[in-house]
Write a protein that binds this ligand. Structure first.
Ligand SMILES: Nc1nc2c(ncn2[C@@H]2O[C@H](COP(=O)(O)OP(=O)(O)OP(=O)(O)O)[C@@H](O)[C@H]2O)c(=O)[nH]1
Ligand SMILES: [Mg+2]
Length: 594
């Protein structure tokens, strides 16, 4: 199959271009280093199926951070028909150097000048014909975000493929040698790019005067986060109620009558096991979707990048840097991409320390558990404070971890952060991101959930002749065995079984509770409120927040650190911390007579 690769500096819009052309759902964000792995999709160009590859952004061909290695490895292992180089038109003076380097690879190249909309606003004019002549390449001015110039893009790519129908490899020497391209660069720029003499103070700078204000900046940031948090609950909770209402009706009006004649164990398996388990998880989907949309706004506007700038000094005190904070925030969606996002860090020690703290980020799977428990145990106003308190705890645990381990992972890499302009996310982008991320959440979780739910059902119902979930079932015996560990935390026997499954994936926790108590989401809340007091519930939530998030994170910790020792530490430490925090909390609360 024919193959084209997308290349360029970070944050130039490669993934936006890729999505626009192929209809794929690569993650886009106003943050240099959003893409850290290669992604491919197929697109029909001139009657041929062509594989288009989205690569991480690179500053030059000699970078040695892990995301840049991905690109080098790509060049040494995969032949291509041509390179599609995407540059940011507003920064051509810096970015053309990369293009000149890429030319030495000896591969066919076509150049896309992206962000044409921003260039126009800044009064930057590019003489496309002239640039094309000087570089000896086709040059297309586009705006990937708004889809401008894409008919031209398709034609250009089709021509390129027609002229270069065979796959070719990069010249290997070019990957190692550097050339003096400065002089050539200056000439090309002055010939073909006109920039206004006085750059107008853009709207971006004016917004920054407020948001990056020396002492207003941080409080404002936290205020915004708090506001967004309120927004997620304000919109998400009614939607969630609607969803559980719907699921309840499906169960009582359709499922139960339909299974009337079926044998009792089968009924129990399908209704108490599969439907209750999966349905309870599903009822939290609306709030997760809203959450991902809000995350997309933060990521795509450029506020995420600014949070790195705002938090950098504070993070440095803990041996981390501003980028570590950004990864922590990304981890609130899902820890896995956040762990991979650390690839942009060149210092291995900084990277490892950041990977130690990310798993404490309260990801969307844990969010579900907490929404359910706080909703079941506390009054609405208190529930919101509990949720907020858990987010704070999540940061505190991360910071504590950094402070404890910063001596072992000492960082010497200074942070050079480049702030992208503020950008306004389009509804199209927001919906695409929310759709993608929630889809990922469901796809990633569904296998685990179904398998977990079936397993929990079997454990709590076998042997079939005893009361489900009682002490004589398999689950009951398992719980007995674990009770010396969990009793001092106030975590009861059945909850401890769900924690065992939560090690695989947090999405299973609520599903398995539903199975254990044989109740759907709406009734389950009542059962739980009856069984636990708030101290026990909070102790359980603290443990769930802090201990190992899921098997996927463990796998990624190993994959990214390439060290079993580090992986073991990154699993053992949170386990120990979780036990300690819950223990101290529970025992103190009880000692105080709560
Ligand atoms: N104004 C404007 N913004 C754009 C355009 N294309 C992309 N963007 C925005 O630029 C930012 C970066 O886009 P991405 O597609 O993630 O960039 P990338 O090159 O893949 O970045 P890395 O994966 O970090 O290398 C996002 O906020 C996009 O919404 C455009 O044509 N105009
Ligand atoms: Mg990208």
């Amino acid at each position: 199959m024919k193959r084209l690769a997308l290349l360029g500096m970070p944050n130039t819009g490669k993934s936006t271009f890729f999505n626009r052309l192929t209809g794929a759902g690569a993650r886009v964000g106003n943050w240099p280093g959003m893409t850290v792995d290669l992604l491919s999709a197929k697109v029909l160009l001139g009657g041929d199926m062509v594989e288009l590859i989205d690569l991480p952004g690179i500053y030059n061909l000699h970078g040695f951070s892990d995301d840049e290695q991905v690109v080098r490895h790509f060049f040494t292992s995969q032949p291509v028909n041509g390179l599609v180089v995407v540059l940011d038109t507003t920064q051509l003076d810096r970015q053309l150097a990369l293009l000149l380097q890429l030319k030495t690879l000896g591969l066919p190249i076509t150049l896309m000048l992206n962000m044409a909309d921003e260039a126009r606003q800044l009064g930057i004019h590019v003489d496309q014909q002239r640039l094309s002549d000087e570089l000896g390449l086709t040059v297309t001015l586009i705006s990937a975000k708004y889809g401008k110039g894409f008919q031209h893009v398709r034609r250009t790519l089709e021509n390129l493929l027609r002229e270069h129908p065979h796959l070719a490899n990069a010249s290997p020497t070019a990957l190692n040698q550097d050339q003096n391209i400065e002089a050539e660069l200056d000439r090309i720029i002055s010939d073909s790019v006109t920039t206004p003499v006085t750059v107008p103070t853009g709207i971006s700078q004016r917004i920054d005067q407020l948001f990056l204000h020396p002492w207003l900046g941080l409080p404002l940031f936290f205020l915004c986060m708090f506001g967004l948090f309120q927004l997620v609950y304000g919109i998400g909770t009614p939607l969630q109620d609607g969803m559980s209402w719907l699921l309840d009706h499906v169960k009582t009006l359709i499922l139960v009558p339909a299974l009337q004649g079926a044998p009792a164990p089968l009924q129990s398996f399908l209704i108490d096991g599969l439907f209750n388990g999966v349905g309870t998880v599903l009822s939290f989907l609306p709030i997760i979707v809203v959450f991902f949309m809000v995350m997309a706004v933060v990521e795509d506007s450029g506020y995420l990048a600014r949070s790195a700038w705002l938090m950098d000094a504070l993070m440095a005190k803990m041996g981390l840097d501003g980028r570590s904070f950004v990864m922590q925030l990304m981890g609130f969606g899902c820890n896995v991409p956040a762990l991979m996002g650390t690839r942009i860090m060149r210092s291995r020690t900084l990277r490892l320390l950041t990977m130690m703290v990310i798993p404490f980020s309260l990801c969307s799977a844990r969010l579900q558990v907490f929404l359910f428990f706080s909703g079941a145990i506390f009054k609405p106003v208190a529930a919101a404070s509990v949720m907020f308190g858990l987010y704070i705890t999540s940061f505190l645990m991360a910071f504590l971890t950094a402070l404890v381990w910063r001596g072992k992972f000492r960082n010497h890499e200074p942070l050079l952060l480049e702030l992208p302009p503020w950008r306004f996310p389009t509804p199209r982008q927001l919906l695409a991101q929310a759709w993608q991320q929630s889809g990922h959440f469901i796809r990633g979780a569904s296998g685990f959930i179904v398998a977990g739910v079936i397993m929990v059902w079997a454990l709590t119902h076998y042997p079939f002749n005893v009361t489900p979930a009682s002490a004589s079932t398999l689950a009951g015996r398992l719980a007995d065995w674990m009770s010396p560990i969990f009793q001092p935390l106030g975590i009861n026997r059945l909850l401890s079984v769900t924690l065992l499954f939560g090690f695989v994936a947090k999405e299973i926790v609520i599903g398995s509770l539903a199975v254990i108590y044989g109740a759907g989401e709406s009734r389950l809340a009542g059962v739980i409120a009856h069984q636990l007091d708030w101290v026990q519930a909070l102790s359980f939530m603290l443990f769930t927040l802090i201990y190992t998030p899921c098997l996927s994170t463990v796998a990624v910790l190993k994959q990214e650190s390439k060290s079993w020792g580090f992986t073991a530490l990154a699993v053992a430490w949170p386990l120990a911390l979780a036990w300690l925090v819950s223990f101290v909390f529970y025992q103190t609360a009880r000692a105080l007579g709560w």
